[in-house]
Design a protein. Sequence first.
Lengths: 175, 477, 129
Amino acid sequence: MTLYSLLFYLLAIIILASTVMAVTRRNLVHAIIYLVVSFFGSAMLFYLLGAPFLAAIEVIIYAGAIMILFLFIVMMIDVDRHKERLFPIRQCLPAIIFGLVYAAVGLMVTFGHSGSKASMPIAVATPNAFGRFVFEHHWLAVEIVSLLLLVALIGALYLGRLKIEKSAAAGKETP
Amino acid sequence: MQTADFTALTPLLLLAAAIAAVMLQIALKRSHILTIVLTLAGLIAAMLGVLAVGDMPARQVTPLVTMDRLAFFFIGLILTATAATALLGCRYWEHAVGQCEEYYLLLLVAALGACVLAAAHHFAAFFIGLEILSISLFTLMAFARRRMASVEAGLKYLVLAGISSAFLLFGIALIYADVGSLAFPIWTARLQAAGETVSPLLLIGMGMTVIGVGFKLALVPFHMWTADIYQGAPAPTTAFVATVSKSAMVALLLRLFAPVDFTAEPALFWTLAILAFASMIVGNILALRQDSVKRILAYSSIAHMGYLLVAFLSGGPAAIAATVFYITAYTITVLGAFGVVTVLSRTDADADSMSDFQGLFFSHPWLAGVFMAMLLSLAGIPLTAGFIGKFYAITAGAQGGIWWLIITLVLTSAASLFYYLRIVVAMFSPPLENKTQPPAAGISYSGGLVLTVMTVLLIWVGSAPGPLIDLIGRITQ
Amino acid sequence: MDVNDPVTSIATIWPLMVFLLAATGLVIVMIGLSALLGQRHWQRTTGEPFESGMLPTGTARIRFDVKFYLMAMFFVIFDLEAIFIFAWAASVRQLGWFGYIEMLIFVGFLLLALFYLWRVGALEWGTKR
């Protein structure tokens, strides 16, 4: 066992364990903290697989921004102290089915014969190479993504401002 | 990055410029009328752009999109439908509480996402376009925020679109693992070469892609969202969902699967054939049991996507042309039908139940006439665009020899007459006595314009389909 | 790169190793030192958050304003924008002017969005004027 594979399995265990903890916690805030650990593990896994820029993105976006969003939403929705089962039977069955399908696909990817074996050579995507790939070959995608971010912003603002609007409208009706 | 790239992208660039202009205008000074004018100006400029560069030879701009005649045709269709929706929205949002200028901004962005989908040549473009479209769509659905049904529709769409995107993304990953490229031509070539011995990985990936496409087209196992969203969303949004989102997805369907020879790929053929069969049967049966006009139109849209798949699956030389013709006729008809619903709607509630349409002929004879024409077109009565579309689909199917699907199409269309005629009968029955009168506001100029244009197109395509068939023949060569 | 070659794999992942060791070491030292050196006493008010001042009452799980969500959403979106800028910055010399113009358009759209947010008052935290 090389050092490389040792690190891989170590990270895999960290990711799996923290994700299992995140799924089974009753306290949503605890679940989110475990999820952050899981994201950090994935980031290191990406680094190990030769994608340092992806690792940085994983930390900045997922462990940073998305988790803050999650935390704020948990603060907003006020769901605590639910006494029912954590996993109702009705939700369990589809989850198990999807889990089995996922496991089968994973096994197939690992052991099955792919049609074009040589299609995915191992490569190291440095940030520089990544930047050149995106901005030289896929420049159109960059500009379209800016519009995607724009519409997400407008949509979130429009739907999120419901409360402000309501109070303003109420103020207008009863001057 | 040459000038030719930008020339080919002209419509999209103009549309993006319109988005920037409308956004700046809203930020500087809110004015409903100014926003509408800017939106329409942008859409018309983009349409002129399509006319100007539409005859150019196909050009691939970055690996993502290919601007060919098919793409330009669908972009033109999408822009027209968006302009019609904006015009319909004019009167609808006029008296809305709060700000409504963002509606047009979101419409423009959604149209851009749909245009990207129509020109997509790469799974990355497929996914980005789909996300832009979905995100703007659920905001548009929840736009009437004071109506719980509208917000609920937006939320349902958000959750279900998220799930379908997850499936699609997983499918794309599997396809990439097998093929080693995200470009459409490479994947269709690989599918073609594999024949019956296609690897399980590619098969699952393909299945998940079909789920993603099927969700947007509302084919039967993935149709759950349709009725609630058609009913809950504001009427102009429903018109938009039923036309723009569907036609963009049909364009994508053509790019993904049309190059594949179905006889060499039975798995794909049977998957799509069963979806088509189930859509025709379930859509029509459920429509029979509805009492709400919007829900009837929702279930009929499911059935119509089934008919469209019959044309597509025929695999003969006429398959692509028949599919394109069908979606064009369907877009015209549905814009007209939801146009009538929009015109009759009030700010607080849409015209929806049968009783809202009872006696329409006596209060608004012209509206009743237009709505009847649209319903007859949906049912496939001669002299309407819908008839030619169905006829074309059946001819293509007969060439392809898929008789069991054609028989299903004919039988279910015959059954569908029942619920379309129910609405027609309601319109011509005497008005209810104790009914609160629908708005006496009358028809706005903008709504009237849309309805007139759609009716003229409907009759013109229905009675003299030659020019449109020629045009489609030219773009699908 | 051959990942199975032990020489190259160690050569590329040693910064990660050093960082991991340093981070773990720092935590061990911090906790260990305070455990060794710190004083242990347990009195009536030791467990309370403030040595003097008001005692917290009730639960911390109350409903917060929806504005928090909006701010988090804006943060995520502008964070994503930053990611694209990072990718551009990493290869800015090779990309040249074309990349610069590309980035200008990208940032321009988002700047427009920021201007829009500012004008419609989405960035204001207090009550509406």
